[in-house]
Design a protein around this ligand. Structure first.
Ligand SMILES: *Cc1c(COP(=O)(O)O)cnc(C)c1O
Length: 222
């Protein structure tokens, strides 16, 4: 199956109002171009240098989302152009983004990445700590970031009830935090190739789909 036809398959299953982020990490620019020519404009990458390199050679109306763990010393690579940083997992990182965005004269849209999966290894905020941070008012001094919602990854399991529980928690956290941020805190980024239909049932407004569109990321293994 080609990227174009796979993209059509995924798009045909998405309700109106759900944004498709085509996750192109580790895939070459040619495949991104194929998706672009099929009309896709939102792409997700997980490494800042790779994101910047692709930004530089690909059409400028692409909206790039950062979806992977971001180290503060790499923030500078992406802040000048990134459309949404979905993986804000610490106060320290958010402050670094704010500072860099101020230098560029930008306000950068961000999501809080919240840890809901059973695996210890998945990154993201502990919700209680995030709530405390937000309620403490520290964000008031950050003028160059705009919090738009939450992102999360469900437990990697075949047990649909566990996945559903994780997504329902994320949806609840977004709704609770919206009390602090208001109407623009409207984004609920959840769902990947294996679980996005469940995520949509749980209220996802943004799905991040990689392998189902571009195939397996096995370039290094060849
Ligand atoms: C890689 C990745 C995806 C896409 O995963 P697929 O299973 O290939 O759809 C989505 N979200 C995040 C945070 C990722 O790192």
């Amino acid at each position: 199956m080609s990227v174009t036809s796979q993209l059509e398959v995924v798009k045909s299953t998405l309700p109106e109002g759900v944004t498709l982020v085509a996750v192109s990490k580790m895939h070459p620019a040619e495949l991104i171009t194929e998706a672009y020519e099929a009309g896709q404009r939102v792409f997700g990458e997980s490494r800042p240098q790779e994101l910047k390199a692709k930004y530089e050679i690909l059409p400028k109306d692409i909206r790039w989302h950062m979806i992977g763990h971001l180290q503060t010393n790499k923030v500078k690579y992406i802040v000048p152009f990134v459309s949404l940083i979905e993986s804000v997992d610490s106060a320290h990182l958010l402050e670094a983004i704010d500072k860099e965005a101020a230098k560029c004269g930008r306000t950068v849209d961000c999501l809080f990445e919240i840890h809901v999966a059973a695996e210890e290894t998945k990154t993201g905020w502990n919700y209680d700590e995030l709530r405390e941070y937000v309620a403490g008012g520290a964000l008031a001094s950050l003028q160059h970031v705009r919090m738009r919602g939450v992102m999360g990854i469900a437990t990697n399991t075949d047990d649909e009830s566990v996945i559903r529980r994780d997504f329902e928690r994320l949806a609840q956290y977004r709704a609770e935090l919206a009390a602090f941020f208001g109407e623009e805190f409207d984004t609920l980024s959840m769902g990947m190739s294996d679980d996005y239909p469940i995520a949509i049932e749980c209220g996802s407004t943004m799905v991040r789909v990689g392998s189902m569109i571009f195939g397996q990321r096995d370039y290094g293994a060849r």
